[in-house]
Design a protein around this ligand. Structure first.
Ligand code: PMP
Length: 386
């Protein structure tokens, strides 16, 4: 436990619960886009028609029809075949990261991760005491030369990445970079952990190919219903090759026997009878508008010395401040102006990132985006001119 970082985000979220504060700090989906009525209907139907079974214990792998649905969706969306036996339902995709750590990482094992990397993965893996190797994330994905160098020098157990609309940076790997990464890892003992929490939330509606397509035997995918249905259902899944899956099943049994079965049944009922594609289009269009507005405001208000990513999906923009301006100072001053942003340092396994900020656009109204960016820009200008 001593080596596992406390989630800075969860700590900050406590501060930003105050409704007066405009928060770009968290990573919450927009509550207005959660289909409460549709989920209520699905829940009522499951309980009325099959309540005794839906409230019973169930299998560790998860509800087979839901796993079949996920398999069919991969076929339809990304064009690759996966057997439902290769899919296990988890309590949120965060649990996949814990199970993967438990099964694959021994103390001292070498693990590569994007720089900046998803804090939840850093936290989950840290419990198993790996030696982390950061690989710099460029505009079109992880730096291939750096990955090749790390993979050449250490026997990497795994490389963890978020190819679609990464958290925290909002970066999406180019198709070429996906191929290149697969090429570097192919034939090595390294597994690629492809965290696809945001794959369905792309603004163009065009899905990028999964790295699994280029590296079928060495890729583990993690998926989530949090961003397209509701995070409170805690529904995610992992797709893993049979030999890893066998061990994940045992680890999952030891952790919690099986994922929330009622949630699985409700999610499946909803997915079968609601129009999930229409819902995903609605959410993506709304986030696109929110992201566009935020970027427009940045263009208008921020000093030119500040650079930022231009996401094609997901929920975050990543800001890099000029050297010498500390994101912690920005955080503190902005909070005094009732605006919360997230300093980027916890996303770095090797320190660094002191001049970076993660800004969330999915959970703010247009008015709050305008006012929040105005105040944030004023704070940054103040610090720059000081
Ligand atoms: N992976 C990434 C990249 C995320 O951003 C998140 C949510 N913050 C998760 C996994 C975990 O999401 P969930 O457990 O709700 O599926």
């Amino acid at each position: 436990m001593a080596r596992t970082p406390k989630s800075f985000i969860r700590e900050i979220l406590k501060v930003t619960e105050n409704p007066e504060i405009i928060s770009f700090a968290g990573g919450l989906p927009n509550p207005a886009l959660i289909d409460v009525e549709g989920i209520a209907k699905a829940a009522a139907k499951v309980l009325a028609e099959d309540g005794r079974s839906a409230l019973q214990y169930s299998t560790t792998e998860g509800y087979l029809p839901l796993r079949q649905f996920i398999a069919e969706r991969y076929k339809k969306r990304l064009g690759f075949s996966v057997s439902p036996d290769e899919i296990l339902i988890t309590n949120g995709s965060q649990q996949c990261l814990d199970l993967i750590g438990k099964v694959l990482i021994d103390a001292g094992d070498h693990v590569a991760i994007e720089r900046p990397g998803y804090l939840g993965a850093i936290q989950a893996f840290s419990l198993y005491e790996p030696c982390f190797h950061p690989v710099i994330l460029r505009e079109d994905g992880p730096d291939p030369a750096m990955l090749a160098d790390v993979a050449g020098r250490y026997p990497l157990k795994l490389f963890y990445g978020v190819p679609n609309s990464q958290n925290p940076s909002g970066i999406t790997y180019s198709d070429e970079r996906r191929r290149e990464i697969a090429g570097i890892l192919e034939g090595s003992g390294t597994l690629f952990i492809e965290d696809d929490a945001y794959g369905e939330l792309n603004f163009s509606g065009r899905s990028s190919p999964s790295v699994r397509e280029f590296l079928p035997d060495q890729t583990i995918i993690t998926g989530s219903f949090s961003k397209i249905l509701a995070p409170g259902l805690r529904m995610g899944w992992v797709v893993a090759p049979p030999e890893v899956m066998e061990q994940i099943v045992v680890a999952k049994q030891a952790s919690d026997l099986h994922s929330n079965y009622l949630s699985q049944r409700i999610a499946f009922e909803y997915l079968c009878h609601g129009d999930i594609d229409a819902r995903i289009r609605t959410i993506s269009a709304a986030y696109r508008n929110q992201c566009d507005l935020m970027i427009r405001m940045f263009e208008e208000m921020l000093p030119e010395s500040v650079t930022y990513t231009r996401p094609s999906g997901g929920m975050f923009v990543w800001l890099t401040l000029p050297d010498g301006i500390s994101s912690t100072d920005v955080f503190e001053r902005a909070l005094r102006q009732q605006v919360a942003v997230l300093p980027g340092t916890p996303f770095y396994v090797d320190g660094g990132g002191q001049n970076t900020l993660r800004v969330n656009f999915s959970n703010a109204t247009p008015d709050k985006i305008r006012t929040g960016v105005e105040r944030l820009s004023a704070v940054i200008r103040e610090l720059q001119d000081a």
